[in-house]
Design a protein around this ligand. Structure first.
Ligand SMILES: Nc1nc2c(ncn2[C@@H]2O[C@H](COP(=O)(O)OP(=O)(O)OP(=O)(O)O)[C@@H](O)[C@H]2O)c(=O)[nH]1
Ligand SMILES: [Mg+2]
Length: 623
């Protein structure tokens, strides 16, 4: 074998939240998700490093773990990667043990364990900036001698120490060429105790306590984690977020609408009247534009989430919610997956891999789609704009923002209730207590916040191109053909395939106040929820070029009763309106039965919720 061209493989292994993914990004130029809480990475990710000497190395980012005695699915991935037990994989040539330099005790135990596996190792003391700021003194030479591996200090977020780390890893790889020894056995209780003592001894020998211990974190925590004040602040933060959605977004929306109107007008002037013009202007530009216009709202919500994540607040929110979630039969570790589900249920469901007990994980998967994903935002905003007056209550509170807050709350509360029911119906037993490690507070980095927002915008726009655009072509065709017969008087859509489908299914939805036009919007909404907004624009023939949220909202408010509008919102809170999510649930649970149970209960709740809302509103005079 020609050693010179063989790519050495490096694996990043370390405690949760120690900065492995930040290092991976710094090493490879990738943009994997980094956030200030444990359990961000749940899968292995491979990337490439082009070293200074022209060689390439391959590097693996792995889920965080405290030990190779893996307990949850994500930790098993890390163990198997280190041992080369994943199908088709050999053990890595070098293990880079990534440490949070301010929290060495736990990582030393892991480092000792890794050492036993027998792979060449490098210890990366990451977050070295924070360690220095705190005045923590680490005897690097002694530490290196004690664990028998080179030690490199790094600041992943500032790309410091990266070249040194690569060089050290390369040297280790070269020294150990051809050596493939790798073994591990689960340690006995005696061995574990011995390892703890050894880690303690190394700590004492190499680390001197910080001169300026982090008292700020403690001070902030005494407020933010206060059982009452903390919860009030959490609610306040969410409240401000939804107020912002309705007050900050308008100028940006106006800009996007103007842009699409301009393009639509331009195409209408260039392309002759007829089918092609209708397809481009109404179907494509109007359809995609009517969804893209909600980008500002989505980015505002993500802005809050990203800043709070980076600050280290989300782990505190998990702490505050722990009692409530435990009461509902949810494991404390369910918080982060549920939080991820506010972006989209799919990454949320994947994130449940951090939950050890199968039942706890299954419960979390089953309720994750009730969290308000970002694809619901366009629908909520449109219907709220149509039916909720743009007024201020109690002097300063936007009523529309308040309703939005209520819809999110409805999702959360129903998720908790469903969890209680799952616990009652399918299994009992106490939930294991769990304490998430609270990360130190960090000032969010503006560049990375903006970058993450840009990634979010890209995801949303890619969806518009890849899913919404093709769907809109289908919807346009179904609502254009067949043409109305000679002498027909109603709108053309009445005679189209879309009209036929809607009218066939209408009887099912009539009891909850939905018209056939709404049914037409629900069907493609199964592929991507937000398409419903574009389809409503099509079925109500709001002309493409002058299409805007205001115009569509006023058509809806004229055509639907208030009761219908509210019932539609209720439907959207609960309905499993998204095939990709159902597919992921099937894959992650490995069970058709549980997938069907989820789809069934969600449709049931949607129908029941819309029914109750509709009839209550009618009874109160909103029909
Ligand atoms: N100040 C400072 N912050 C860092 C450094 N490295 C990472 N961070 C921050 O630490 C937090 C955790 O980083 P991640 O890269 O997500 O950690 P991880 O080890 O991949 O975490 P898991 O995937 O959950 O195991 C993020 O908020 C990073 O921005 C560093 O060297 N200095
Ligand atoms: Mg990570």
């Amino acid at each position: 074998m020609d050693m010179a061209v063989r790519t050495a493989r490096i694996a990043l292994v370390g405690n949760p939240n120690s900065g492995k993914t930040a290092l991976f990004n710094a090493l490879t130029g990738a943009h994997q998700k980094v956030a200030n809480y444990a359990g961000v990475t749940v899968e292995r990710k491979e990337g490439r490093i082009h070293a200074a000497d022209g060689r390439t190395l391959s590097v693996l980012d792995l889920p965080g773990t405290y030990s190779l005695r893996a307990r949850s699915l994500d930790e098993e991935v890390t163990r198997d990667a280190v041992l080369g037990a994943l199908p088709g994989e050999t053990p890595p040539d070098v293990v880079v043990c990534v440490a949070d330099a301010t929290n060495l005790r736990l990582v030393l135990r892991l480092a000792l364990e890794l050492k036993q596996v027998g792979r060449p190792m490098v210890l990366a003391l990451n977050m070295y900036d924070i360690a220095q700021r705190q005045g923590l003194r680490i005897d690097l030479e002694r530490l290196s001698a004690e664990i028998g591996a080179p030690v490199v200090t790094t600041v992943a977020t500032r790309k410091r120490g990266i070249a040194e780390l690569v060089a050290a890893a390369q040297t280790q790889a070269d020294l150990a060429v051809g050596e493939t020894h790798s073994e591990w056995h689960a340690p006995s209780a005696t061995e574990i105790r011995a390892a703890h003592r050894e880690a303690e001894r190394i700590m004492k020998a190499c680390v001197r306590a910080p001169e300026r211990p982090d008292t700020l974190t403690g001070k902030i925590d005494s407020v933010l984690l206060h059982p009452l004040a903390g919860l009030a602040i959490l609610l306040g933060v969410l409240f401000v977020m939804f107020q912002a959605v309705f007050t900050w977004a308008t100028p940006a929306m106006d800009g996007i609408e103007a842009l699409f109107a301009l393009v639509g007008g331009w195409v209408a002037a260039v392309v002759p009247d007829g089918l092609l013009q209708s397809l481009i202007v109404d179907g494509l530009i109007g359809g995609v534009g009517s969804v893209l216009v909600f980008l500002p709202q989505i980015l505002i919500i993500f802005f809050f989430i990203i800043v709070l994540e980076d600050f280290g607040y989300m782990a505190r929110a998990a702490f505050l919610m722990d009692k409530i979630m435990g009461g509902a039969g949810l494991h404390g570790r369910a918080f982060i997956p549920l939080l991820s589900s506010f972006a989209c249920a799919i990454p949320g469901i994947m994130a449940t891999r951090v939950i050890e007990a199968k039942r706890d994980r299954l419960t979390t998967i089953l309720i994750a789609p009730l969290m308000t994903c970002s694809a619901r935002i366009p629908v909520y905003v449109l219907i709220i704009a149509a039916f909720i007056p743009n007024e201020t209550v109690w002097g300063f509170v936007s009523l529309q923002g308040l309703v939005m807050f209520g819809l999110y709350a409805a999702g959360i509360i129903s998720a908790l209730l469903v969890s209680v029911v799952i616990r009652k119906v399918f299994w009992r037993g106490a939930v294991e207590p769990f304490m998430m490690e609270l990360p130190a507070y960090k000032m969010p980095d503006i560049k990375s916040v903006l970058f993450n927002l840009w990634l979010r915008a890209k995801i949303f726009m890619r969806r518009a191109g890849k899913i919404i655009l093709p769907l809109m072509i289908i919807v346009w065709a179904l609502s254009t053909f067949p043409y109305p017969p000679e002498g027909a008087t109603g709108p053309a859509i009445d005679y189209s395939f879309a009209g036929m489908i809607g009218k066939t299914l209408e009887p099912i939805f009539a009891p909850i106040g939905f018209s056939w036009q709404m049914v037409v919007a629900l069907v493609p909404g199964m592929a991507a929820r937000e398409v419903a907004v574009a389809v409503l624009g099509t079925v109500y023939a709001v002309a493409g070029a002058e299409e805007n949220v205001g115009a569509l909202a006023s058509v809806l408010s004229a055509d639907w009763s208030l009761a219908t509008g509210l019932a539609f919102l209720a439907w959207y809170v609960f309905a499993p309106q998204c095939l990709p999510t159902i597919g992921v649930v099937r894959r992650e649970t490995g069970s058709m039965k549980w997938t069907l149970i989820m789809v069934g209960y969600m449709f049931g709740l949607a129908y029941l919720g819309a029914f109750i809302v509709y009839h209550t509103a009618v009874a109160l005079g909103g029909g």
